[in-house]
Design a protein around this ligand. Structure first.
Ligand code: ADP
Ligand code: MG
Length: 571
């Protein structure tokens, strides 16, 4: 026998599409607060939302005359005509959320429109109004939802543990905090504040609140590309930061969180070859495009959208993310010819003045030593991935824009140099020798070293005068632990000779460190494991001047994809 279902059942069936779990209530209420122009949104949850969810905002409020209406199905202030449906700029528009939530729970709505003197307190149970009275309160709206699914036992059975529901709620709140960095979100679970976004308008500040300082500040900004119709912004992880699944790829389209396999794939494509297989980036990508170019009315929970030109959006996302990864560190422009291998002409404009080479036993030769080598332009490196080693001397690496050949010795010298210089104020870590080593130096070198002993201590070199021109080396900088104490001390003396005449302590230290770090550096001809190569590349990426060794020679040669194309006649 066919019959028309009673309205309560119809309401419960419809509610099921919008309210599938506690987190969907939080999502809908927060969307309403955002649509209401709130600056501050406070979310309180008890027992993972199974007992209570409360969303309070300082938005425009609901006029006393319309409060009941707001809880009726298909009642909305956000849509007036069918044409409006083609240009949706609010998060809500279906007029279903409050009705659906009320149908399956006990709801209390306390609200006051900004221009009215008194507010309204309305209570509903299973969608029926059970009480209403005027109240005093500041403008804004507070909606409390208790005992979700109390009247739908079939659904209540499917509620997951408090912890699981909580995780879903956290995900929604942090998503909206990222998409609306100008709003202040506070999330409280069982009386404890677990999240707060600062409302500075800076997405990065929210990311720091969500992911912590280390990850938040490492993320690379995706910047919009001038006057494009499709504007892509956001933050993506540098390739060394990755996750086991796609769960941290967050997409917004016109301020709405969406799940979109194509756009997720566009982001993955931008990382092509930069990530280890089976690893995924962390990304928060916002796409903004004219509302008429996107259909948000595809899904009751509004988590899917349809684009008028999906391909264009795909390309825009892929391009913007790729560009961010490539530009994270500008790459020197390519040389005109690849062969013979030469450093790209636009490698840092280092004018290398010759460092006088002084044999340790002929210290008396007079020379004018450069105190300071000009440094590179401080261009950071793009993220590199080690592919292998050539001649046990050069690391072959791939970056976002082509091939890099890295001189392992020169690169490691650069790394050690910057690490030691950075640590010298608090003292470079040192490692005691198993047995102190006695080192003889020519007289005038010995005199210089003797004078510099306190300074050497700060550089991690524990040396004392043994008598005459003989020194006892007790400890070496940890990075040089395996070097010969004699070689290190000789280099120190040469550094001091170079810096002769300088009263600036830092210059003297620089000269010494520049010389001794080559004693600790990986040598040409040394076979490296993949971990060692990756480790060296990571350390090099952190350097201020990764493109030259401390003596001004290049640490790498870059061959861009464009050059490769040209060389292979594909241009
Ligand atoms: P929709 O958001 O699709 O319009 P809802 O059922 O979520 O539908 O809300 C119905 C109406 O109630 C909204 O259109 C809005 O006018 C009003 N409303 C709901 N929440 C708020 C709020 N926090 N502040 C002000 N008005 C609200
Ligand atoms: Mg809504």
């Amino acid at each position: 026998m066919i019959r028309i279902l009673p309205p309560e059942i119809v309401a419960q069936i419809a509610a099921g599409e919008v309210v599938s779990r506690p987190a969907s209530v939080v999502k809908e209420l927060v969307e309403n607060s955002i649509d209401a122009g709130a600056r501050e949104i406070r979310i309180e949850v008890a027992d993972g939302g199974r007992r209570l969810m409360r969303v309070a905002d300082d938005g425009c409020g609901i006029p006393a005359a319309e409060v009941e209406l707001a809880f009726q199905r298909h009642a909305t202030s956000k849509l007036a005509s069918a044409e409006d449906l083609l240009r949706i700029t609010t998060l809500g528009f279906r007029g279903e959320a409050l009705a659906s939530i009320a149908a399956v729970s006990r709801v209390t709505c306390a609200t006051r429109a900004a221009w009215e003197e008194t507010g309204t307190l309305l209570r509903l149970e299973g969608g029926e109004v059970v009480s209403r009275r005027p109240i005093g309160r500041p403008p804004g709206t507070t909606i409390t939802v208790e005992d979700i699914f109390y009247n739908v036992p079939a659904r209540r059975k499917f509620l997951r543990s408090s912890a699981t529901e909580r995780r879903h709620i956290d995900a929604w709140v942090t998503r909206y905090a990222m998409a609306y960095p100008g709003l202040r979100f506070t999330l409280v679970h069982d009386g404890r504040e677990v999240f707060r976004s600062p409302g500075t308008g800076q997405v990065r500040d929210v990311l720091v609140a969500v992911y912590g300082v280390e990850v938040g500040s490492a993320l690379v900004e995706v910047l919009p590309d001038g006057d494009e119709v499709i504007r892509v912004t956001g933050f993506v992880s540098p390739p060394y930061l990755h996750r086991a699944d796609r769960g941290e790829i967050t997409l917004f389209v016109n301020g709405r969180w969406v799940q979109d396999a194509r756009l997720t794939y566009a982001i993955l494509q931008a990382y092509h070859t930069l990530l280890p297989t089976g690893r995924y980036p962390l990304a928060v990508v916002m796409v903004a495009l004219p509302p008429e170019d996107v259909d948000v009315n595809v899904h009751p929970a509004k988590a899917e959208v349809r684009f008028r030109d999906g391909e264009a959006v795909f390309r825009a996302v892929q391009r913007a993310v790729r560009r961010a990864l490539v530009e994270e560190a500008p790459v020197p422009a390519p040389a005109r010819r690849v062969f013979p291998f030469r450093p790209a002409p636009e490698a840092p404009p280092v004018t290398v003045r010759p460092i006088p080479s002084v044999g340790p036993v002929e210290p008396a030769r007079p020379f004018q030593a450069p105190l300071e080598l000009p440094e590179g332009r401080g261009e950071k490196l793009p993220p590199l991935r080690a592919i292998g080693q050539v001649g046990a001397t050069y690391i072959v690496a791939e970056g976002p824009d082509g091939l890099y050949l890295v001189d392992q010795h020169a690169a490691h010298e650069r790394v050690l140099y910057e690490q030691m210089m950075a640590r010298r104020s608090e003292g470079v870590p040192s490692q005691p020798l198993l047995e102190p080593a006695a080192v003889d130096l020519p007289p005038d070198m010995a005199a210089r070293v003797e004078e510099a002993l306190p300074l050497l201590g700060r550089l991690g070199l524990e040396v004392e005068l043994f008598g005459g021109n003989t020194f006892l080396v007790r400890a070496l900088p940890a990075a040089l632990a395996h070097a010969s104490p004699r070689d290190v001390l000789t280099e120190v003396a040469l550094g001091l000779t170079e810096a002769r005449g300088s009263r600036v302590e830092e210059e003297v230290e620089r000269a010494i460190v520049r010389r001794i770090c080559k004693q600790g550096a990986i040598r040409a001809g040394q076979v490296l494991s993949r971990e060692e190569m990756e480790g060296l590349l990571r350390a090099l990426e952190k350097c201020e001047n990764p493109r030259t060794c401390p003596h001004g020679r290049p640490t790498m040669i870059h061959i861009s994809l464009a050059q490769l194309l040209r060389e292979f006649g594909r241009e």
